[in-house]
Ligand binder design. Structure first.
Ligand code: ZN
Length: 222
């Protein structure tokens, strides 16, 4: 795992995305805060921790203490989303909210002003290497429109099935952040892979709007 994190850093990628699965919200089980804490020693890149777990409110403090920079929970797993978002921000962390492919953007409409990131799942979470569900791009386009209308500045990330072929379409639909798992680790030349994905975000119709967004800034790590 340490090697994997080092590969991410040397590839030129900006963040390390950590998929936490509990065997309940999704069928698979990955790891918990101990792994996040152990990996912290291998890179200074921000950790974008994606909690695909039930009752995330019980684990926020542990992931924050372990070194998460942004903590994303699933709207489907939390009743009191506003309270949880405040708790995450009160810990000095960025807060993300995520929706699975069957959840509409309207379900998180009230939360958009309280989060730093909206993660749109473009596969059903739980396994790597799945084919992207392009219908989910309608959601990123909707999010771009709502962000513009309301003068908000959350980032939009796309998670699931992102590769060199699908990246451009995801960016055209409004993704600011591309999350790649299987495609990254299967790529022989990881620097070239990251370069291609970053290139996909250029020259898209919404590029101008995206340029006005503040970059997610994190405190420098010693
Ligand atoms: Zn993820």
């Amino acid at each position: 795992m340490g090697d994997a994190v080092r590969q991410i850093e040397t590839s030129g990628a900006d963040w390390v995305h950590v998929d936490v699965m509990d065997g309940r919200f999704v069928p698979a089980i990955t790891f918990g805060p101990k792994m996040v804490g152990d990996l912290r020693a291998f890179t200074k890149l921000p950790f974008d921790v994606h909690l695909m777990i039930v009752e995330p409110e019980k684990h926020i403090a542990a992931f924050a203490a372990a070194g998460a920079d942004c903590i994303t929970f699933h709207a489907e797993a939390v009743t009191h989303q506003h309270r949880l978002a405040q708790q995450i921000r009160d810990m000095g962390k960025k807060c993300g909210i995520s929706i699975v492919p069957s959840t509409s953007v309207s379900c998180i409409d009230c939360m958009l002003q309280f989060v730093d990131l909206v993660l749109v799942m473009t596969v059903n979470p739980g396994a790597g290497g799945q084919k992207i569900i392009e219908a989910c791009f309608e959601k990123t386009a909707t999010l771009v429109r709502l962000r513009e209308e309301r003068g908000l500045s959350f980032l939009i990330s796309v998670d699931g099935g992102v590769n060199e072929e699908t990246a451009a379409a995801a960016c055209r639909a409004g993704a600011d952040v591309l999350i790649a798992g299987s495609a990254f680790f299967n790529a022989k030349d990881k620097r070239a892979f990251v370069h291609t994905l970053k290139g996909a975000s250029k020259d898209t119709p919404i590029d101008e709007g995206r340029a006005r967004l503040p970059r997610m800034s994190y405190e420098a790590r010693p």
